[in-house]
Design a protein around this ligand. Structure first.
Ligand code: HEC
Ligand code: HEC
Ligand code: HEC
Ligand code: HEC
Length: 180
């Protein structure tokens, strides 16, 4: 009898522990925070390379008349910028609880650092960032196959799809760390 009670209690704690940990979610910190360490010439100019790419404008694009017309044609009766089926490739953070958005996070930044690299709340400390394995354990998404990753958005589901030449496209947006 007594044993059973403790057993139940223990199971209860174990289950709550597991659910809490399984649900651990990382939050988005926004481009500004990533840029602290990824903007100088010495670091590899990741910030300006991204700013000059169309990815940085992907959300703004949805605010245009052209975008609304496309959404309408597709049968949506919301403006493009409020349509899930447009936001899913043009932005980050539109589908998560507000508690997971840091104060500097801006949805207007469109396809931003964390759209591709994963929300950075836990991997951003320098001691973790310096170690790829630790970064991955703390939420950094590392892509083994770059082309497949790009095709996740650059595909025929895009209403304005143009087949992508991966080599050319990567040349336009790559932003390597400077090795000295
Ligand atoms: C406190 C400074 C700092 C911050 C903040 C920071 N990083 Fe880093 N990051 C680094 C350093 C240092 C490296 C290691 C560079 C190297 O390979 O020499 C790095 C490496 C990386 C790498 C390459 C990992 C690998 O091993 O290939 C990616 C991707 C990256 N950072 C993305 C981000 C993103 C996205 C953010 C924002 C969410 C961010 N970083 C915030 C300092 C930082
Ligand atoms: C989260 C979705 C997403 C992912 C992942 C993604 N892109 Fe994009 N990309 C977009 C969107 C949306 C645009 C259009 C932005 C606009 O015009 O407003 C775009 C535009 C571009 C452009 C500019 C195209 C043009 O017409 O000038 C290039 C180049 C590009 N992406 C390269 C890449 C590469 C290379 C990868 C993989 C490393 C990649 N993208 C991954 C969503 C994505
Ligand atoms: C599967 C991912 C995906 C979805 C879903 C998506 N887009 Fe895009 N969008 C892209 C990519 C990638 C580009 C870059 C050019 C290309 O390949 O279409 C782009 C480019 C655009 C452009 C710029 C076109 C140009 O000529 O420069 C507009 C406007 C646009 N999208 C509107 C929308 C609207 C409106 C929706 C929702 C009805 C939508 N997109 C849904 C991925 C997507
Ligand atoms: C469209 C997707 C995309 C966006 C947006 C993006 N990156 Fe990356 N980034 C990649 C890919 C893909 C790689 C290659 C490494 C990998 O496979 O994850 C990479 C590599 C890196 C590296 C490591 C380069 C090296 O030499 O190892 C750093 C650092 C980095 N990104 C930082 C950033 C920062 C900071 C931003 C925002 C200012 C950003 N990235 C925006 C896709 C993206």
């Amino acid at each position: 009898m007594l044993f059973n009670k403790y057993f139940l209690l223990l199971t209860f704690f174990l289950i709550s522990y597991l659910t809490i940990h399984a649900q651990k979610e990382y939050s988005f910190i926004g481009v500004k925070d990533c840029a602290m360490c990824h903007k100088t010439e010495k670091q590899g100019l990741q910030l300006s390379i991204w700013q000059n790419s169309k990815h940085a404008k992907a959300y703004e694009t949805l605010k245009t008349e052209e975008a609304d017309a496309i959404a309408k044609e597709k049968g949506f009766n919301t403006p493009a910028v409020e349509t899930f089926d447009c936001l899913k490739c043009h932005a980050s953070g539109y589908n998560v609880d507000a508690s997971l958005l840091g104060s500097k996070f801006k949805i207007e930044d469109g396809v931003q650092c964390e759209t591709c690299h994963g929300p950075g709340s836990d991997y951003k400390p320098l001691s973790i960032m310096k170690d790829r394995q630790k970064s991955i354990e703390n939420g950094l998404i590392y892509h083994e196959n770059l082309e497949d990753f790009c095709i996740g958005c650059h595909n025929i589901e895009s209403p304005t799809h143009v087949p992508m030449d991966f080599g050319e496209a990567w040349e336009l947006i790559k932003h390597p760390v400077k090795k000295d």
